[in-house]
Unconditional design. Sequence first.
Lengths: 264, 556
Amino acid sequence: MKALSKKRRHPLAAVALLLFGLLITGSLYTAAGNISEAKAAETTAASQSDVDSGQKLFAANCATCHGMHAEGSDSGPSLIGVGAAAVDFQVGTGRMPMQMQGPQAQAKPAQFDDKQISQLAAYVASLGAGPSVPDEEYLDTTQGDAAHGGTVFRVNCAMCHNAAAAGGALTRGKFAPTLTGVTEKHIYEAMATGPQNMPVFNDSNITPDEKRDVITFLKTIEANGSAGGAALGSLGPVAEGLFTWTAGLGIIIAFTIWLTSRPS
Amino acid sequence: MSASNEYTPSTATGRIANFVDSRVGASGIIKEFGRKIFPDHWSFMFGEVAMYTFVLLLLSGTFLTFFFDPSMAHVVYDGSYVPMKGLGMSTAMASTMDISFDVRGGLFMRQVHHWSALLFVASLSVHMLRVFFTGAFRRPRELNWVVGGVLLIMGMAAGFTGYSLPDDLLSGNGLRIIDGVMKALPIVGTYLSMFFFGGEFPGEHVIQRLYSLHIMIVPAVIILLIVIHLFMVVTHKHTQYPGPGRTNDNVVGFPVGPVYAAKAGGFFFIVFGIVALIAGLFQINPIWNYGPYDPSPVSAGTQPDWYIGFVDGALRLMPGVLGNFSFEWNIPFPWGTNTLVLSVLLPALVPAGAIFAVMFAWPWIERWVTKDNREHHLLDRPRNAPFRTAMGMAGVTLYSVMWAAASSDLIATHFHVALNDVTYWLRALFFLGPIFAFWLTRRICLSLQRKDREIVLHGREAGIIQMSPEGAFTEKHEEIDVYKRYLLTNFVDRQYIPAEPDAAGHISGSEKRRAMISKFFFEDRVAPVTPSELEAAHAAHGHHEVEGDKADSIEK
């Protein structure tokens, strides 16, 4: 301890202390973040009682903006005909009920459990025909073709979501989120219903099989990790350039100073 | 030479050395070159870093040529990377995929090549910034400054031609922009594009053509320029920072042999090691994420490598229309309507052209304004040339604004701001940023100079508070040592030179303009401390310290 306290006036002591503090804070934050993650299961049986319960939930939580009978208001669109898939996606990813007004609804921990979500979905689906929650068959990545899915993804999705699905900016504060960690079902539903600013990719545009290929592609690259080392956020040349100018040149400058320093 | 006089070595090593020496005269070269003195300062080493990364580029690049096939013929990928199996792509892309996933050590070598390319241009740039801000480009080194600038451009050219070779989606989008810029050139544009791509974009030839440029012409020019550059460095001798014992006529430092050569040689391996470490741990240009080139898709987050970023940023900042004014002009000619796309032409060519033009011309601009045509081997501390430092920072700011604009989408997503606002702010900064940077930098430089003056005249604050018998508190000031004082008082003092008449007594228009710029640059100035001022200050101090007056030690 004495040896340590002797070094407390070392020029690098402040830096070391700062790094130590950051490391502790970071580890605690990561640990806390991991614990509060929830996992989802699924049930898909829609009975009249589900619809009734859904209506009650809707009236209590959604009607303020979407209207008592989902007919829409100045603050929210009509939900007649959006289908069960739209509800399952919006409520299942926590986007609805909205956390705050903004350019677009942001994902947050889901506010309802799976049963309640399916009840809400059943209610909205009962109001008019729309895309339904996809069958398991179309979410099975063992049956998909990753290579074809990649092609479909690059042509239809990469311009907003980035070729490596890292996400990207849209106009006026809107954005396409990263697709890492999004469940198969939600990816499918997003394509089918076009949430927020996303266009709808209906079944004649991208067939259910192709949707499964896209999901397979996304899950494959997610599982593959990044060949060749840390991916630096998969952000492409900007991250690489930033790394060159900070870490790369930084290390080199440290060495040049060491090489040209003389004992004094 | 008589046989009796000839030196006969006694050891085997000596005999070999003597054999070589008597045939190629190596000892003469070593005697001459080995005694060259290089001053030691960390900021002098970026040129070396550039050279070493270039050697790395040659080594890793040679490895890559063994496996890369620059053909645009279509093949079906059948390599190890599953998410791309069965996709149609060009042979260039397929062979790059093979280098990445099926050639032993291939991915590592690709990453070494790409990371060293980024570091190569970065160290070139930092080296040029060092040369600029210390005034090392002044006579006699103006031409070497120009050679360095051409090297930077060639470095960018080498980077861009190489970046496009894998024929992946990302680089293909970059080539599409080049195609667009070419086509925006009036009259020759379409022809130029057709010649370059061998038909309509993307054609089937461009990769081979870029490959020839990338592995032969551009590196050959770079090697030639490096040789010229180093030859001139040896001829001019290295510059040095000012200090006691360092004059315009000497160089204080280590001779090349043996210490400096050992350090420099070791430094090569350090750079090699750093690049290898980065290449081993961090992914770069994952073409398998981008997929093969196809003219229809464009991915979000599509950017060029950092050194082309400022041009991309300028393109992003440029509005297509301003109110009702369109930057796309349709000019009716007798043979039909021709289009002049200023929204592409202006941002693609003008900012880059202006930055490089001013950069190349700066040694002459400075000589013209300051009328200083002397040889300079002693460097300026940046604060002692406020006008130059401020101009440099204005340029750096202009560049950085465009550079930031190239990542406007990532700034928007990562800082949760609107993309439109980022663009508006950067547009404003494009015009106002350099002016503000000029003003601020000059003020900082002048303040630092004033602080230097104060330290010379009143000494360093010792942190020792003394109480006088009557109870007043004063801080003791310590006089700085003579070496430090030398550094703070000896610098080139540039002053405003009013317009001077020529031999015929006439003041020309250009002389008036020169005087105007000179006034703008040097109107505000902090003069170095003169010996008489120093003496007066010392006398005053002695007096006041006896009196115990604190006012003078703080304010002067």
